[in-house]
Write a protein that binds this ligand. Sequence first.
Ligand code: ATP
Ligand code: MG
Length: 266
Amino acid sequence: MVEDRELLRVENLTRIFGSGKSQVRAVDNVSFSIKEGEIVSLLGESGSGKTTTARLILKLLPPTSGKIIFRGKDITYVSSRKELLNYWREVQAIFQDPFSSFNIFYSIRRVLNNALRLVSESISREEREEMIKEVLLSVGLNPAEILDKRPYELSGGQRQRIMLARVLLIRPKLLVADEPTSMIDASSRAGILNLLMELRNAYGMSIIFITHDIGLAYYTSDRLFIMNSGKIVEEGDAEEIINNPKDDYTKKLLEDVPVIHRKWEL
Ligand SMILES: Nc1ncnc2c1ncn2[C@@H]1O[C@H](COP(=O)(O)OP(=O)(O)OP(=O)(O)O)[C@@H](O)[C@H]1O
Ligand SMILES: [Mg+2]
């Protein structure tokens, strides 16, 4: 499933916020690469720099220094609207807070039609409507109930499912999924994750999961990257890291897991 071709590489990626004493090195000299069809997880405590890394990769935020190479091309300074749209056809996101990611005045029908337009202008209206209904069903939503609503009329979990529907329509090469199921009830979570993993199997999509949830990371990922204070402190095979963590921070992160489980059982 994992191809030997590199899809994305970041080199010495750094993002500093603020200046002087209040300076934060949110992402500090981070380098890694992801292959086609590979699923990796970026794990770390709150504030370790995971979302900032995602925003840099998605080109929603410029880096202070470093490089982003996608399919062999340096895209760090790509900035024209046309080139960015081309990039976003290949690299899509599901966010922690999906509310900020939609135009709140658009109906869900319009949001999803716009997604399809990004892929192809030549699909007829009727075909688009059919494709949209099909993906809504596959993410567990009722088209008749959802299509004419606006994002603010939906629950957080429903909005995350709409983001997932977008991904199914656009079929990007890379999905950056930042806590993609944080607002979805535990009973539906596995179904959503399986749907994402099927996309890897079906057409070789690569996924970067960003999460606090070590169980999720272990269940879904080929490799893990452990992040602490903006740096990647350990990386490697998911199984190997969970069973035999080397870095002290990773050990601490893993020790917290039983505590989390106890909390969940209350
Ligand atoms: N726009 C910003 N301006 C200033 N500081 C920022 C900004 N965005 C993030 N930071 C800081 O950068 C650091 C990393 O934040 P980031 O959101 O990347 O963490 P995270 O690992 O995603 O955390 P969480 O697990 O809570 O989502 C934090 O110290 C945060 O306060
Ligand atoms: Mg975050």
